[in-house]
Write a protein that binds this ligand. Sequence first.
Ligand SMILES: Cc1cc2nc3c(=O)[nH]c(=O)nc-3n(C[C@H](O)[C@H](O)[C@H](O)COP(=O)(O)O)c2cc1C
Length: 252
Amino acid sequence: MVFYFTGTGNSRYIAEIISKRLDDDIVSLNEKIKQNDYSEIHSDRPIVFVFPIYAWQMPHIVRDFIKKVKFSGTKKVYFIATCGAESGNAVHFIKNLCYEKHLHFMGIMTIKMPENYIALFSTPSKEKAAEIVSAAKPKAVKAAGYILTERSLPCEKLIFIDIAKSSFINKFFYNHIISDEKFFSKDSCIGCGKCVQVCPTNNITLENNRPVWNGNCTHCMACISFCPVEAIEYGKATEKKRRYYIKDGEIH
Ligand SMILES: Cc1cc2nc3c(=O)[nH]c(=O)nc-3n(C[C@H](O)[C@H](O)[C@H](O)COP(=O)(O)O)c2cc1C
């Protein structure tokens, strides 16, 4: 069973490739979290989690989902992290999580995908994004090969600074950077509710046909990236920046 969490579709894209290769079910954690569904998960085949890296760790929203849910059947769990550059020491926290949940850690594979964090950085051009996505595909296929044969994924290299990034900086990031206070919609907003629909935390409501962010944001960038008329901004940081999302294998 392949579970994915995604903001802009990168992790879903990778999850789709893996689930097809495994001929196994694919499940959206966004939908499960949105519906407050923390019911027991049973699988006799290995479980795969695909997610983006947030501040050199698994997103806390994914970690908390795994913590809350009871797993039965297999104990084997694989982790596939998509990221714009690198995943730091995410592996350390994931191994601890597996230990806590009595799950058997089968490894983590980091796959570079287009940067999506437009609140802080720029996203690549459409051409560059396409290049990155096509380079990612064989890595996903390779990961699926390991999972199919139930072998552990190869260890990834760590450097000393990764430890600080995934611990202190991650803490700082969650305490001081993640906030929805800077999101706003421009007058070009058409009140379509796409932002409401794609928000995994049900954090957005429409008031007078305009989105309002209600303080439970995880900075996944779905609202800003999926807006069909690019009416959402994050302070001045996102002005004139290219937005993208990936759906059905296409970069939009
Ligand atoms: C809140 C946030 C934090 C991020 N932190 C990192 C990071 O620490 N390292 C990195 O390489 N990419 C980072 N990224 C980029 C994403 O991990 C990357 O673009 C990922 O493929 C997005 O996947 P998604 O479309 O499935 O959400 C971050 C993105 C967001 C939104």
